[in-house]
Design a protein around this ligand. Structure first.
Ligand code: SF4
Length: 368
């Protein structure tokens, strides 16, 4: 009797793959280029080759849970500040970062994690009824479930809700172009700035992530911000931060916000201490010295590093304490109320009032 090939019931067809001469199939969604025999899953675990050797997505419509978060938690500080975002993820990831801060989801190979059945229409309806201005693909990387993310994004846009991607940006050019055509905002991790760090600590390559960032800046209207999680001794040297900030200023310009966030020991990296607040402040100073206008420190209480300052007159235009807004000095067009300089981003006359709350949501309550 031949070997049983897993059939992946409920999986959906995908587009970015091709057959190899040796009978395997190559997935072309991300630069891992997994080469799969029928029945095999890719490194991300959620894409797999079916009996016919076609790459399918096995998690369409299944989620690891929903929560309403502040948009500042993504983090996005210049995209409808103070509003709430309905956040969800699936399972799996296409990187293998040993410092992962969401490892229970991203490394999940257990289907019981994927409890909520969630059609795109139900997600959009839930977001609307909950008063969320955006829906975020987060907790794990939407690159690996892009067909589902795109359908959810379209349903959200049809309901006037913004689709937001939280991603590592590790994606190939063709799926990248399709994916971002459906997104209104993104936060992209730039996990470090050496190829060695990406290879040894994340199991990926830096160049593909830089390409995504430059693509977003030059080829799209997607509002995006960038996050670097600083890990003591691994990616926080003056030399590495200087190289990152010089490249950032040159290729992305001064108006793309950059967040330096604090690491907490987790997953396979429990022997490294948490990031000292002084390290975040040092990184912020290096970035500002390179001309970046909006540089933030995250996962700490830091009045200066958490707030937005007018690049022309220095007025504190948005004050923040962690995810809470403490001050608002912008007019209806997002201009500094002291000097009239435009602040980059998407703003409205009033800040949102969601605050720092986190509200778990049972999606079944919103099914039609
Ligand atoms: S998306 Fe998944 S299956 Fe495809 S190449 Fe990347 S890790 Fe492999």
């Amino acid at each position: 009797m031949g070997e049983q090939v897993e059939s992946f019931a409920g999986a959906v067809a995908t587009r970015y793959w091709h057959r190899l001469d040796d009978g395997r199939t190559q997935c072309d969604v991300c630069p891992r280029f997994c080469k799969l025999r029928p029945g095999q899953r890719g490194l991300c675990f959620v894409r797999a080759a079916n009996e016919a050797g076609e790459v399918v997505l096995t998690t369409y419509g299944r989620s690891s849970g929903f929560c309403v978060d502040p948009i500042e938690k993504k983090p996005l500080d210049h995209f409808l500040p103070g509003t709430s975002v309905l956040s969800f993820g699936t399972a799996g990831c296409n990187l293998a970062c040993s410092f992962c801060q969401n490892w229970d989801i991203s490394k999940s190979r257990e289907w019981d994690r994927l409890s909520d059945q969630a059609t795109p229409e139900t997600i959009a309806r839930a977001a609307g009824e909950l008063g969320c201005r955006s829906v975020a693909f987060t907790y794990n990387d939407p690159t690996i479930f892009l067909e589902y993310a795109i359908d959810v994004a379209d349903a959200c846009r049809a309901a006037g809700i913004h689709p937001v991607a939280v991603t590592a940006g590790y994606i190939c050019p063709a799926p990248r172009a399709e994916f971002y055509a459906h997104m209104d905002a993104a936060n992209v991790d730039l996990k470090g700035f050496t190829e060695e760090f990406y290879r040894k600590v994340c199991g990926g390559h830096l160049e593909a992530v830089k390409e995504t960032l430059v693509y977003l800046r030059r080829e799209t209207k997607v509002w995006f911000e960038v996050t670097t999680l600083l890990i003591p001794g691994l990616n926080d040297s003056d030399a590495e931060l200087t190289a990152e900030c010089a490249w950032f200023a040159d290729q992305l310009g001064p108006d793309v916000p950059l967040h330096f966030t604090a690491f907490h020991p987790d997953w396979k990296m429990r022997d490294v201490p948490p990031t000292a607040p002084a390290t975040l402040s040092r990184a912020r100073k290096i970035a500002r010295d390179h001309g970046l206008r909006y540089v933030y420190t995250g996962n700490v209480h830091d009045d200066e590093g958490g707030s937005t300052f007018c690049p022309r007159c220095g007025e504190k235009v948005i004050g923040r304490d962690w995810y809470e807004l403490t001050r608002w000095r912008l007019d209806a067009e997002g201009k500094c109320s002291a000097c009239g300089a435009q602040i980059a981003g998407l703003f409205e006359a009033q800040a949102g009032r969601w605050g720092g709350r986190r509200l778990p949501v049972r999606l079944a309550d919103y099914a039609a």
